[in-house]
Design a protein around this ligand. Sequence first.
Ligand SMILES: [Zn+2]
Length: 831
Amino acid sequence: MKIIYAAALIGSLGAFALNASAQQAAPKQDDPALKIYRETPTKYSDLVHTKLDVRFDYKKRYMYGKEWVTLKPHFYPTDSLSLDAKGMDLKTIAIVKNGKNVPLKFTYDSMVVKIKLDRTYRNNESYTVYIDYTAKPNELKVQGSAAITDAKGLYFINPDGTEKDKPTQIWTQGETEGSSVWFPTIDKPNQKTTDEISMTVPAKYVTLSNGRLASQKVNGDGTRTDTWKMELPHSPYLFMMAVGDFKITKDTWKGKEVSYYLEPKYAPYARDIFGFTPEVIDFYSKTLGVDYPWNKYSQIVVRDYVSGAMENTSATLHGDYVQATKRELLDDYYGQGRSTIVHELFHQWFGDYVTAESWSNLTVNESFADFSETLWAEHKYGKDAGDAHIQDDRENYLSQPNLRSKDLVRFHYHDKEDMFDAVTYQKGGSILYMLRNYLGNDAFYKGLNIYLKTNAFKNGEAHQLRLALEEASGRDLTWFFNQWYFGAGNPILGITYKWDDASKTETVVLNQSQDGNVFILPLAIDVYAGGKKERKTFWMRNKVDSLVFKSAVKPSLVNVDADKMLLAKKTDNKTLDEFAFQYFNAPLYLDRYEAIKAAAKSQNSNAAARKVIIAALNDKYWELQIDAIKAADMNNDDVRNAAQPILVKLAQTDPNNLVKAAAITALGKLKASGNSNLLKQALNSQSYAVEGAALNALALINPAEAMTLAKTYEKDSNGALKQSVLNTYAISGSDEQWPFVYESFKNGQPQSQFNIMRNYADMIGRLKNPANAQQGVNSIIEFGNKYKKYGVGPQIATILTNIKEARTKAGDTSSNAAIDKGVAELNAPAN
Ligand SMILES: [Zn+2]
């Protein structure tokens, strides 16, 4: 599963300067739930085959189901069976004997049904239980989580067709244990079953499920019955169904169907969005030495999905964030959409083919899917892109200090949903990245191949991964797994350097200052001296270690962790001259990234720092160009004089639209009228990002012209341009533009709502019509309450207070009461 946290979006916005720890509530230390040992569920019985026959009641939001579930005792003989069945009406439960249903006795507490079998069965005997039931997902009281905002299992979207512009759909979400809302099963990841699902649906709709579409039968009553068969075993949480008006676009890989199910409106862009899928299947198959294991691979995009995306076996389901037009995709280099597509695909091996045996071991699913995003980035876009992606992961994890106490393999948690955090995902991915470097690519991938082949269609945990990697490499990895998988935290590493000219000796002192255990760290250290580079390897094993070596001349740079692999909070006490040397001479993305960061802080006092920033404007990797553009201090005369002509050139000719847009934004802030031709050219760009940046810049130089232009963009605006139109109106607009601004805000994605919030609030403060202002105030309060759980309450309350002040000054106090009430709500502690 890929999670897109609203809070992660919030956290990325400097304007809100949120405390990073607000991303997830810190665990309460005295929480009794944390004392529970979360063992792998005992297998009393094994699922063998699950056959379902279902139809839907859109009006009641019910699903009528008949199930034939075949099981056998796992080891010990038993005369009873427990199935998870959440919030159902169970009408009949029977054992199938010679084609007849013989009723069985059962007790049911609305969560688990305990069935007394007709006799004792041994583990060489299977039996089939028939269940006639009604699933009532909307009447079930279940807690969602930050990761998965709901846990109903089965979702009816706009079932009455009353919501304008929203299609009618049905889809399911199993992970973690939601499948048992729509069919009785043993809803645990260490169960695997083949399946057959027959769905009877209105004939106008398309269906999708796991495996192959075995048959379609048109019924007399305007319905059609589609039967899907999954002939290889997989876990219940990976079952899926979707029903709705989708248009299917088909590709192939090695004769297998690769298909994309989209709303008709987005179907023309199916290949623009998903068309690289066969190429990724091929790359992952070759890298792992295991061909894509399922008979087809479909991806479907649905409305109102409760998380980012879900890797249902052979049928991945995406939220609608992945939808985009060809023009919007011009600005998408390796964004959320594409990285999620490759993430879910890698799960088809790590997660679906070999499945984490319990939620405690979720890392053997999610850290691989996370790592695969970097794998694809470096394969498709180059090493810099891969390194940039994994660095984002490291920073994501390191920015949340409350995660430092959590083990990667975690046997104590409050709720299984809590496992879906930046430890399991981003920290896990970063650890795999280190491990690959330590073992070497070939040994690492050979180890993954052994893990997959040994545990195919079964379950895995971290120890099985360790054993497979040990078998491949011949190296013991207990030390590595103990510190990174079964331990918590990360090194906090200080690095200091001392040159002694008399003895021609360099001393590098490494100091781990974290609480708890010392980490064993194999390090590559590159020494640059006298025009040569020499690599040393060093194992840090103590809290403080010193590395002393002779050098004929003082080294220009000692580059500790020269492969840039460490997951550590690092304080590197290099001089700016050394960082500048690193920028121009060391080979990796992170070498240059670190140098730009250090240089950004010292531009005003240090010529070497300015040299780095100016050079980085033309860095060979685009994200570093943007970092430098944003870092360049244009109030410094030297920086501005050197940067301006480069920015003009980037704005006009850089091949990357986001670099172009960033350069235009930086130039726009100078408010120089000399750039107006450049802006006019940019306003004709096919790229929404470039066009939007130009409109924003124009709004600063010539607000009236920007307002006129914004009007012409109202209809055909998307992505970054829509943001800029809104922004222009919010800065300079009045009641005339209010309906457009209000509607766009209300219907916007959380990210765009946050982006525009400041200017939106300013506009509300300026409006002449008190009714419009009231409407705006209400929308902000609603927004604040929605995201209050992520800690934004006080910030939104401050924004409301500012609106109140502005409106009171302008002589309108009619929304004051609503504001006061809203502020009180938002400042109250979140529950
Ligand atoms: Zn995932």
